[in-house]
Design a protein around this ligand. Structure first.
Ligand code: MG
Length: 405
């Protein structure tokens, strides 16, 4: 038997090419020139992930056989005893994806082939159309339609809707204010407009981003029913998922859930009770490709499709991992896509490419993506980015109360 290839070093690369903090893990091996990349991006607390990898996982991993992805995943998960939090899960994801990347490179095969092979040639994506008025949203939807997009998410005035005149108490604290009632009215009006103007050939989606009280979310889901959404995204906060039973009983609007999930107990009941239609976890935040593939298989048995989270705070390495899962999953639904700028393709050669509504992977072995580390170093992360008192995560209702973002 040949000598095993082992982990020689584990490095963390921090970069913000588009102003969003990204965390990339690079695993170097005992075989010269053989390395893997993984996404460990927890953009709001990226330094915690760096510490988790450099000061804890690195020494635990050095010398281990790179072939033992499952055992490394299981043992890293419980090495801290306490587990399933976003910082540790992201750290583990960086390691897990890098090991899948290495496995593919050793086999000379793309990761989707290791995961069972392609079920389709490319993944249909959706992008986010916004605007200050229904007309402006319509204009942006039409621009995407001209580019060949088949799925478009419509929002008006960002998450939580346009800021109307709101009456706040004197001395109300700073924050990202929104008005739930105005948001609900505007959203129904928006979809009424879209269906009457752009018709039924295009798939439309909407993201509530947890900005409603549970009963309001139920009502919105009912009121949107006539406009045949492809799905309604994150209608409830993870703390309120029991309400999906009530939403399900009242409305046939398809439900997509899960970008904030970190613990298997959050998704298990929703799947086994068939309370959602799409699972849309943030792959790095649940621990990487290994748990995501298992989750996709579980969902398949219950008729639930995948729609993995794919915003700008997933690194291009994470987007590549999403795509390998999409292509190899029989129950793939749709993939969120952020529209990378030029710098991304320069810094991350092999980033998936969008053509006429579908993204295509590079055909290189592994995840098929690389990083220009010298270029990455020219775009440092900014640790003040996530702690501004008026940032979008400091959501507030009109009376100044703190709300789930
Ligand atoms: Mg979302």
């Amino acid at each position: 038997m040949s000598k095993p290839v082992t982990i020689r070093d584990v490095k963390v690369i921090l970069t913000a090419p588009e102003g969003i903090n990204l965390v990339i893990v690079k695993i170097e091996t005992s075989e010269p020139g053989l390395y893997g990349l993984g996404c460990a991006t927890f953009t709001q607390r990226y330094l915690m992930v760096k510490v988790a990898i450099e000061d804890y996982l690195r020494d635990f991993l050095i010398g281990k056989d790179v072939a033992n992805i499952e055992d490394i995943w299981q043992s890293c998960m419980v090495n801290s005893y306490w587990r399933n939090g976003p910082a540790l899960n992201n750290a583990l994801s960086g390691v897990d994806m890098a090991l899948w990347d290495i496995a593919g490179k050793r086999a000379g095969m793309p990761v989707y082939d290791l995961l069972g092979g392609k079920t389709r040639e490319a993944a249909a994506i959706y992008r986010h159309a916004d605007g200050k008025s229904v007309g402006e949203v319509e204009e942006n939807v039409r621009k995407f339609m001209e580019q060949g997009l088949l799925y478009i998410r419509c929002q008006m005035g960002g998450y939580g809707g346009r800021i109307h005149e709101i009456q706040t108490p004197k001395g109300a604290l700073p924050g990202a204010y929104f008005d739930p009632n105005a948001y609900m009215r505007d959203t129904v009006r928006l979809f009424e407009h879209m269906r009457s103007k752009v018709g039924n050939e295009i798939e439309l989606l909407h993201d509530v981003h947890e900005r409603l009280a549970p009963i309001e979310a139920v009502r919105l889901s009912k009121n949107l029913e006539p406009y045949r959404l492809f799905f309604l995204e994150d209608a409830l906060a993870p703390e309120s998922v029991d309400w999906f039973r009530i939403m399900r009983a009242q409305s046939a609007t398809p439900i997509a859930m899960g970008e904030l999930f970190t613990h298997p107990q959050e998704w298990l009941p929703l799947i086994t009770e068939r309370l959602i239609d799409f699972i849309r976890c943030h792959i790095s935040t649940i621990g990487g490709i290994t748990p995501a593939k298992k989750l996709a298989h579980l969902c398949e048995a219950f008729g639930i499709r995948t729609a993995w989270h794919g915003p700008g705070d997933v690194s291009p390495v994470g987007h590549a991992a999403n795509l390998h899962l999409d292509l190899s999953s029989a129950n793939f639904g749709v993939q969120e896509w952020w529209g990378p700028t030029e710098i991304i393709y320069e810094m991350f050669p092999g980033t998936p490419e969008l053509r006429q509504g579908y993204i295509y992977p590079s055909d290189k072995p592994g995840l098929g993506i690389d990083i220009d580390e010298a270029l990455a170093a020219k775009y440092p992360c900014d640790n003040t980015q996530s702690i501004r008192p008026t940032g979008w995560t400091t959501a507030r209702t009109p009376d100044g109360g703190s709300w789930r973002p």
